[in-house]
Write a protein that binds this ligand. Structure first.
Ligand SMILES: [Zn+2]
Length: 98
């Protein structure tokens, strides 16, 4: 599976024997929440399904490890993880006191 991060994410799956089909979705979440349940239900047992299952495993691993990573602080130049109110712990205390 190949995924690119951009305004519109695209992921390709080697499903139908004649190359790849490409999903263009506005959010990776759509792949996980819409496409995967659809394919689980409608793709019959076949070589294509075996290929799909490999693709799904890679997609879900990507979803769990990289796509859902914590957002970073919104203060310019700070790359610490957000804690509350879209800023890191240090910037939260600077802005909102102890
Ligand atoms: Zn910060």
């Amino acid at each position: 599976m190949a995924c690119r991060r951009s305004a519109v994410r695209t992921c390709s799956a080697p499903l139908f024997g004649v190359g790849e089909i490409t999903f263009s979705v506005s959010a990776l979440a759509d792949l996980v929440e819409v496409v995967v349940p659809f394919m689980d239900e409608h793709l019959p047992p076949s070589h294509k399904r075996e290929q799909y299952l490999v693709w799904r495993e890679e997609l879900l691993a990507y979803w769990e490890t990289k796509a859902k990573r914590r957002r970073v602080c919104t203060v310019d130049g700070c790359d610490h993880p957000q804690r509350a109110k879209q800023v890191c712990r240090r910037h939260y205390y600077e802005a909102y006191g102890q």
